[in-house]
Design a protein around this ligand. Structure first.
Ligand code: 15L
Length: 265
């Protein structure tokens, strides 16, 4: 059975993933950030620390086959912070994967790597990068790093461009971007179980009728999303859209509208 490490284990998605993966019998080591973690079950291994430190990475990855890398800054922040957490930290993790013979990394990329695309365009995963801020730009860089470590070091990666990973959608944009928690777990189980993936970029999204993204990229994984934001549409559309009008023009929503100088073309 594959031994799996999860970074960002105390983050928003980590808190969903730990119990879900353990419940499915995954041999899990959970890596938190500053604060020590308490094992959720006798089988769960835990560790914590700053992933820019190779010793911390070693503790997280020793004996691991597959890494689910969820750690890092997950919103728009000043560039120096993004560089430290999402570039320096990510490279340290991939180097650790190389040292420890980790065969696959699931890299939490983001829709914000392509967030400046217009909401009227339906995208394949090989679309142009159009980052909507420094955070999105760091995810574009991360996908490039993942490619580098596949081409040069044979470490497989699934770069999952996560949409809006929430228990339920709450606003009109989510009708296109929602990634339900059950689908997130389904997706990651396919990332763990699929025999060979090579280098893959896939959308992390549910089966939303109004999705911005074509489901084709997920075919090699055999991931079949079962949740659909449309179930919540009537309720959501009965309320005012919290996004300002300019944010509604871009797939990245408010991230795209933040610090925007030009009017949409
Ligand atoms: C992300 O990448 C963020 O981490 C999350 O906070 C949400 O903003 C999400 O994208 C989204 O686009 O809804």
């Amino acid at each position: 059975m594959a031994r799996v490490a999860l970074t960002g284990a105390s983050g928003q998605l980590g808190r969903v993933l730990r119990p879900a993966l353990l419940a499915r019998g995954i041999a899990l080591r959970s890596a938190g950030g500053r604060t020590p973690l308490e094992p959720l079950t006798p089988e769960e291994e835990v560790c914590h620390g700053d992933l820019r430190d190779p010793a911390v990475v070693d503790a997280a990855l020793r004996g691991v086959d597959i890494l689910i890398h969820m750690a890092g800054t997950s919103v728009e922040r000043p560039l120096p912070e993004i560089i430290e957490n999402n570039l320096v930290g990510l490279q340290a993790v991939y180097e650790g994967a190389r040292r420890h013979g980790v065969r696959r990394v699931v890299f939490a990329s983001s829709n914000h790597a392509i967030g400046m695309h217009d909401v009227g365009t339906k995208l394949d995963s090989d679309c142009d990068f159009r980052p909507d801020g420094f955070y999105g730009l760091s995810k574009m860089w991360g996908e490039g790093l993942a490619r580098l470590y596949w081409d040069k070091h044979g470490i497989e990666s699934v770069c999952v461009r996560i949409g809006s990973a929430l228990e339920r959608p709450t606003e009109p944009r989510h009708l296109s971007t929602w990634f339900g928690h059950d689908d997130l777990v389904r997706f990651l189980l396919r990332c763990i179980e699929t025999p060979a993936v090579g280098f893959l970029v896939a959308w992390g999204v549910s089966n939303n009728a109004r999705s911005y993204w074509k489901p084709t990229a997920c075919e090699p994984l055999g991931y079949v999303p079962l949740q659909d934001s449309e179930d919540y549409a009537a309720e959501i559309l009965a309320h005012p859209d919290p996004l300002e009008p300019v944010a509604r023009r871009y797939q990245g929503g408010s991230f795209a509208a933040h610090d925007l100088t030009v009017a949409p073309r």
